[in-house]
Ligand binder design. Structure first.
Ligand code: HEM
Length: 403
């Protein structure tokens, strides 16, 4: 069947293979045109849920208090039942507790901390790029994209260098997988490892505080009491989980897009477009997470459909970011695109806490490429991530020539 024959209801959105084996953008174009808000029928394994695809519906729903995140904000998790971190981890906590918890985490990212972390990102990125220029074929994912975000968050949390490789390994197992042999139990075990690791670290910082982010959060109060060690741990985990793979895939997709669009790469190199504008288009183009999930807290109407309290509602960012009524020629990679109000970081109360850092990482990467690389060449077919949540590639065989 050709992608255009798919029909608005014919992809099983709970199946990670749907996102690997099909033309995702053709599918969503069809959904937006024919069935923009619809009920995804239950499957053998899963209950049904609402699918929302147009920007005009998705964007306001991000801020709608009738939709909650406490049962999870990723479809797979909500389908399995409640998120075990619901009400503790910022991304899956609803009002009224969400706001003070978010403010606390945010307040720990002081300008001094962020300034130091970003400076380090710049230094590390410049070094990594210079180590691969002129070296022949290498995997951009493993040698560069893998190494920047995790170190950035680890710097933010003052994680000891010796622990970082292990954390990266757990995080990969927890969120994505490279092929159809995804092992759910292994993913759960990996998540537990991360939480246990952070519980030890949080206890340590509570006993012997420093001036790092974890110590700051450990000493503060939310709604009149300090966070428990478990709450501290899951919120540290949320920074790692939210910030590692998403940043990594945006860097990989950005380089792949620049290689596929030599005119845009030239415009960036000559300064015809600014790095800041390019960063926004890379974020829109790559849309690192396909969707967010919510649960209706009360009855509401979406696009003329009656949604009942308890129903699962999925907001398809990948579709909204390519909605032709908002973005002119959305599948044209246009670094100078303006305005570019993409939803890659979400919108409203749960808007990405790491957006500043994520943008800085991409800015540093593009700057390092412009300063050091003349020609970029693709040397193989990148392997798509087997996921209905994370959008991108696991590897990227390339060659960089110097200026
Ligand atoms: C929230 C995307 C980088 C930490 C979110 C949300 C999205 C997102 C879509 C909203 C989720 C929802 O509404 O349910 C991204 C993308 C990134 C990125 C595309 C990189 C390109 C980061 C980084 C960090 C981070 C670097 C940490 C340093 C968080 C946290 C939340 C969040 C803690 C939850 C905020 C809340 O619930 O109030 N992110 N993120 N993210 N992100 Fe990011």
């Amino acid at each position: 069947m050709s992608p255009t024959d798919l029909g608005a209801r014919s992809l099983d959105l709970t199946d990670p293979a749907a996102f690997v084996d099909n033309d995702v953008h053709a599918y969503w174009r069809d959904v937006r045109a024919r069935n923009p808000v619809h009920w995804h029928e239950p499957t053998d394994r899963n209950p049904g849920f609402w699918v929302v695809s147009r920007y005009a519906d998705v964007q306001p729903l991000y801020t709608d208090a009738a939709l909650g995140s406490a049962r999870g904000n990723v479809l797979d998790v909500v389908l399995r039942g409640d998120d075990s971190a619901g009400g503790s981890m910022v991304a899956v906590t609803d009002a009224p507790r969400h706001r003070p918890l978010r403010n606390l985490l945010f307040s720990a990212f002081t300008p001094r901390v962020l300034g130091e972390v970003v400076e380090e990102v710049g230094r590390r990125t410049t070094e990594l790029v210079s180590s691969v220029v002129g070296r022949g074929t290498f995997d951009f994912a493993a040698e560069i994209a893998d190494r920047i975000p995790m170190d950035t968050i680890c710097d933010l949390l003052s994680i000891p260098a010796a622990d970082r490789e292990e954390l990266l390994g757990w995080n990969k197992r927890a969120l994505s997988s490279v092929d159809a042999g995804y092992d759910e139990l292994d993913a759960i075990a990996a998540r537990n490892e991360i939480v246990l690791y952070f519980m030890d670290l949080a206890q340590e910082r509570r006993d012997r505080p420093g001036d790092d982010v974890i110590s700051l959060i450990a000493a503060a109060e939310v709604e009149g009491r300090p966070l428990t060690v478990e709450e501290l741990a899951v919120n540290c985990y949320s920074l790692i989980l939210g910030g590692d793979e998403t940043s990594r895939v945006s860097a990989i997709s950005g380089v792949l897009a620049l290689i596929g669009h030599p005119g845009q790469w030239r415009a960036l190199r000559t300064g015809e477009v600014s790095v800041e504008s390019a960063v926004e288009e890379v974020l829109r183009w790559s849309t690192p997470s396909f969707h967010v999930a919510r649960t209706a807290l009360r009855d509401l109407e979406i696009g003329g459909n009656a949604v009942r309290a308890g129903d699962i509602v999925t907001l398809w960012t990948v579709s909204a970011n390519n909605d032709e009524t908002v973005f002119d020629a959305p599948r044209r990679f246009t670094l100078s695109r303006s305005p570019n109000k993409h939803l890659s970081f979400g919108h409203g109360p749960h808007y990405c806490l790491g957006a500043y850092l994520a943008r800085a990482e991409l800015r540093m990467l593009l700057t390092a490429l412009v300063e050091q690389v003349g020609r970029m060449e693709l040397c193989g077919t990148p392997r798509p991530i087997y996921s209905n949540f994370l959008n991108g590639y696991d590897d990227l065989p390339v060659r960089f020539e110097g200026i």
